[in-house]
Design a protein around this ligand. Structure first.
Ligand code: NAP
Length: 243
C-alpha cells in the first residue's frame, strides 16, 4: 500500500464528458484520481491523456451495474491506498428519445435505473468502508435540475415538459439516495451531496449546452468541501437547488 499525503478520488464514467473534466479538475488540485470506465480502451486512453498533462490518474475498469467489477475496484483501492477520500458517482445513461410519460418504454426505464440509481447505490455501498477510512470522505452524486420536483411541477415550471420520464425520475431517486446516505453518515466526517452541472455539451446532451468544464466545477467544489461544508443537499452554480 502506498503511503501518500494526497487525496484519492474515484470518478465513475470518467472516460468522457463531465466525468473526464471532473477527473482532470480533481487531479489539477493534486488529487490522485482513479478514473473508472466500463470500456477499457476508452478508459485507458482518457487516463493516459491526463497523465500526458502531468497529472496522476490511474485507469480502473468499472461497470457500475456489475457487482464483480465494483468489488474489483474496491479491492484495488484497498490494496493500493487503503482508503478513498472522494467518490464521484458520475456514470449515467439517458436512453429515451423525448416521448411523453404515457408512452415511455418500461424496458428502457429499468435499464436507466440499473445504471443511474442502483449503480450509484451499489458503488457507494462498496466504497463506504474505504470512505470511512478517510479523514474527510466526500461523496458527490451527479444529478440534474431535471430531477427537481419543484422545478418540474405545474404548467409554468421550467422543466414541466422535458419528456424524459426514465432519466428525470432516476435522478430524482438519486437525490433521495443522496439524502438517505447523508443522514446515515451525519455522525461521521463523510459528506454526501448531489451536483447539478447544468446543461453541458456532451454525448448525453447531444452536444447541447455549455462546456463540460463548467459543469464539472460544481462537482469538484463539492468533492473538495472542507469540514464546515454542507451535507445532504443538491447544489449548482448558484448554490442550493430546490428538491
Ligand atoms: N450533459 C448534461 O447536460 C448533464 C446535465 C445534468 C446532469 N448530467 C449528469 O452528469 C453526468 C455525466 O454526464 P455526461 O453528460 O458527461 O454524459 P456522457 O458524456 O454520456 O458520459 C457518461 C459516462 O457514463 C459512463 N457510463 C454509462 N453507463 C455506465 C455503466 N453502466 N458503467 C460505467 N460507466 C457508465 C459512460 O461510459 P461510455 O463512454 O462507455 O458510454 C460515460 O463515461 C451524468 O450523471 C449525467 O446524468 C449531465
Amino acid at each position: 500500500m502506498s503511503d501518500t499525503g494526497s487525496k484519492i478520488a474515484l470518478v465513475t464514467g470518467g472516460n468522457k464528458g463531465i466525468g473526464f473534466e471532473i477527473a482532470r479538475g480533481l487531479a489539477r488540485h493534486g488529487v490522485i484520481v482513479v478514473l473508472g470506465a466500463r470500456n477499457p480502451v476508452a478508459g485507458e486512453a482518457a487516463a493516459a491523456a491526463l497523465r500526458d498533462e502531468g497529472l496522476e490518474v490511474h485507469f480502473q475498469p468499472l461497470e457500475v451495474t456489475d457487482a464483480g467489477s465494483i468489488a474489483a475496484a474496491a479491492e484495488r483501492l484497498s490494496s493500493e491506498w487503503g482508503r478513498l477520500d472522494v467518490l464521484v458517482n458520475n456514470a449515467a445513461v439517458s436512453l429515451e428519445k423525448g416521448v411523453p410519460p404515457s408512452l415511455s418504454d418500461l424496458g428502457l426505464m429499468r435499464q436507466t435505473y440499473e445504471t443511474n440509481v442502483f449503480g450509484v447505490v451499489a458503488v457507494t455501498q462498496a466504497m463506504l468502508p474505504l470512505l470511512r477510512a478517510s479523514k474527510a470522505g466526500r461523496i458527490v452524486n451527479m444529478s440534474t435540475g431535471l430531477a427537481s420536483l419543484s422545478l418540474s411541477s405545474g404548467r409554468e415550471a421550467p422543466f414541466s415538459f422535458s419528456r424524459l420520464l426514465a432519466y428525470n425520475t432516476s435522478k430524482t431517486a438519486v437525490n433521495a439516495v443522496t439524502v438517505q446516505f447523508a443522514n446515515e453518515l451525519l455522525d461521521t466526517p463523510i459528506k454526501v451531496n448531489a451536483a447539478n452541472p447544468g446543461l453541458c455539451a456532451t454525448d448525453l446532451s447531444n452536444s447541447n449546452g455549455r462546456p463540460p468544464t463548467e459543469g464539472a466545477a460544481v462537482a469538484i467544489g463539492l468533492a473538495l468541501l472542507d469540514e464546515d461544508g454542507p451535507t445532504g443537499g443538491l447544489y449548482g452554480d448558484s448554490g442550493k437547488v430546490p428538491w
